[in-house]
Design a protein around this ligand. Structure first.
Ligand SMILES: Cc1cc2nc3c(=O)[nH]c(=O)nc-3n(C[C@H](O)[C@H](O)[C@H](O)COP(=O)(O)OP(=O)(O)OC[C@H]3O[C@@H](n4cnc5c(N)ncnc54)[C@H](O)[C@@H]3O)c2cc1C
Length: 596
């Protein structure tokens, strides 16, 4: 059974109690965003997610999307859900007010996004890609294009896509072949085949705005010769209404392992009319605005599914009767005890819980930096925030999605054989979670981005945004006895991260394969340390609340208990990651290719 109730109290904790000292808060742009307003948004967001999106999650998975006469049909109920979603402004929560959005902070928007992903990750792709396309158009398109497209996209009348992938060109965008020929009226004729295009066609919106990477005739080879084009499905008439069919067609949809209610389309562009977005040959730069936003969003997919999987597993563990407690019968009136009494089941539930709380805390931290990047009070604050976001984007994307799959898999394990059966609902979480580790750049590529680009960027300035607050916290709380076990664990993991960073910098400079071999373990280590810092802070906040006797004893006691589990049972993985990094590339690269 798919169970979900939005964890609003924990979300409020992240929004208002955890990150108050990170230097990204107190933005004048959001002076009117009070805790009461946030609570109202979260409560209403939970209603639409639990009441409208969750009931369509399983049916959407069973039915999937279909292609009929060149048009994609989404599963029953999706059109109505989209209407309610857009009418309520949920698609435009954080979008700029200039174009009709609500202009709320990302630190609130990401919490609602988690609810959307938890209740229907397939559905989340339709607004998710649209919002990414809006960000790229807003940052790079001409004023004319912005005026023509953004109000309708922000209103949810039109949607957006991201068209990079071609059959021979996935990670390596330098291989891209789609062409764009200039036309006399200043527009371009775009031709080529794209695959795996999420929401390439659908029946939710009146028009679809494709952002397509293509090459101009004079383009240099490789990634430096790629430009970005805006190609609508229907060309707007003089009044701005969608009218003439453009040469952009969905030729097939993919039959997939998961996210079946999200239409994944093969697209054919045949002299499709399009307009340049940004500078010629600088399309990747513009597309990265979209991809970076999407990468954080994909991380949130992992978190959302992890939370939904956890809640279903907790419900089942309390309901399913098998065996007796090792410490003596707990329910003599029943034929057996509920499986939640067993240490191994509790280990699984607490692992999911800790990963979810840890990821939510990191997401809240990064979301505040996203807000400060845009609305910071001065250039220094905006640059500091941008550096932190750049560093943490691959971590959020890869760590959260790895852990989302782990949680979904643990939920199946808690259900036993029943978890493998479709009716349980949890096997869908596993299938839906898997894609997030692949798209928007595989998790392996995220790790390479972290060690190859983000670490060395700006002479290590990005890294300071993570390291400084952690070392300051360790120093400031060194004498706090109540925090001692937490600080000890954090300090050990942080020292491992510092050691690994120096090692990668030194070895990677000599031999890039060393950095490549270390990358995935390094990303995990950094994620664990960021999480340990968040848990340590949450213990401090919870201890202070309990000491002050402000109430909510259950909530704060559970916070401390979850953190304790994390430090005792999960953070030791940091040591393993460090040892793997230390071992270097030898055992990976010395293996004879012929022996594989
Ligand atoms: C359901 C779904 C939806 C999608 N939606 C979209 C979309 O909306 N728009 C869009 O443009 N694309 C989309 N994609 C495409 C997706 O982004 C790509 O599949 C992904 O980027 C990986 O590319 P690939 O599949 O070609 O794998 P490949 O690039 O062939 O990679 C295969 C393996 O090799 C590894 N690898 C490749 N190069 C390197 C390297 N240099 N160093 C180390 N390892 C490497 C990868 O990590 C991976 O493990 C979607 C895909 C799916 C399945």
């Amino acid at each position: 059974m798919q169970i979900y109730s939005a964890p609003i109290r924990d979300m409020q904790f992240v929004a208002h109690e955890l990150h108050t000292d990170d230097g990204f808060g107190g933005l004048p742009a959001f002076a009117e965003i009070t805790p009461d307003l946030v609570e109202a948004v979260l409560t209403e967001g939970a209603k639409i997610c639990e009441g409208v999106l969750l009931p369509l999650n399983r049916s959407g998975d069973e039915e999937g999307c279909t292609l009929e006469n060149g048009a994609v049909r989404t599963p029953a109920g999706f059109i109505d859900a989209w209407r309610q979603f857009a009418d309520g402004g949920w698609n435009a929560l954080v979008l700029p007010t200039q174009w009709g959005g609500q202009g709320l902070p990302e630190s609130v928007g990401k919490l609602v996004e988690e609810m959307i992903c938890a209740t229907n990750v397939s559905f989340s792709l339709y607004p998710g890609l649209t919002n990414g396309a809006i960000a790229a158009i807003d940052a790079y398109a001409s004023e004319e294009l912005k005026q023509a497209y953004l109000p309708k996209m922000v209103a949810g009348e039109w949607s957006g896509t991201m068209c990079l992938t071609e059959p021979h060109c996935g990670t390596d965008l330098g291989l891209l072949r789609t062409r764009a020929e200039p036309l006399t009226d200043g527009s371009y004729a775009v031709s080529g085949a794209k695959i795996f295009i999420s929401a390439g066609d659908q029946d939710l919106t009146g028009n679809i705005v494709h952002l397509v990477l293509a090459r101009l005739p004079d383009a240099p080879k490789g990634v430096k010769g790629i430009s970005l084009f805006l190609v609508p499905k229907l060309l707007p008439d003089d009044a701005g209404n969608p009218s003439i069919r453009n040469g952009a067609t969905c030729t097939a949809i993919e039959h997939k392992m998961g996210i079946k209610a999200s239409a994944t389309c093969q697209m054919l562009f045949e002299d499709a009319k399009g307009w340049l977005v940004g500078q010629p040959h600088r399309g990747l730069e513009a597309m990265f605005t979209m991809m970076n936003a999407e990468r954080v969003g994909v991380g949130i997919q992992g978190l959302g599914i992890g939370e939904a999987a956890y809640q279903s597993a907790v419900w089942y563990a309390k309901d399913r009767l098998q065996g007796r407690s090792l410490s003596g019968v707990k329910h003599p009136d029943k034929p057996a005890d509920p499986i939640i009494v067993h240490p191994d089941v509790r280990r699984m539930l607490l692992t999911m819980r800790a990963w979810n709380e840890g990821c939510r805390a990191i997401a809240g931290w990064v979301a505040r930096a996203l807000d400060a990047e845009k609305h910071g009070v001065d250039a220094e604050q905006r640059a500091r925030a941008a550096g932190f976001v750049a560093l943490m984007t691959p971590v959020v994307k890869a760590l959260f999605t790895d852990l989302g799959l782990e949680s979904a898999s643990l939920a199946v394990q808690v259900y036993g054989g029943h978890g493998f059966i479709r009716e349980s609902g949890v096997e869908q979480y596993m299938r839906d979670a898997r894609i997030a580790m692949l798209y928007e750049g595989t998790n392996g590529i995220q790790a390479l981005d972290l060690v190859g680009r983000k670490l060395p960027a700006d002479m290590g300035r990005n890294l300071r945004g993570l390291f400084h607050p952690i070392s300051a916290f360790i120093e400031d709380n060194a004498g706090d006895e109540a925090l001692a076990p937490t600080i000890t664990g954090l300090k050990r993991a942080f020292e491992a991260l510092q050691g690994a960073t120096a090692m990668i910098a030194e070895r990677g400079l000599r031999d890039p394969e060393e950095a490549g071999a270390a990358a995935t373990d390094y990303l995990r280590l950094m994620g664990l340390v960021a999480m340990a810092y968040c848990f340590a802070k949450s213990v401090k906040v919870a201890q202070a609340q309990l000491a002050a006797g402000t109430g909510e004893v259950g909530f704060y006691t559970a916070k401390i208990a979850t953190a304790r589990f994390f430090f005792d049972r999960l953070l030791p993985q940091a040591t393993a990651a460090f040892l793997a990094i230390k071992a270097g590339k030898a055992s990976i690269m010395a293996f004879d290719e012929a022996a594989f």
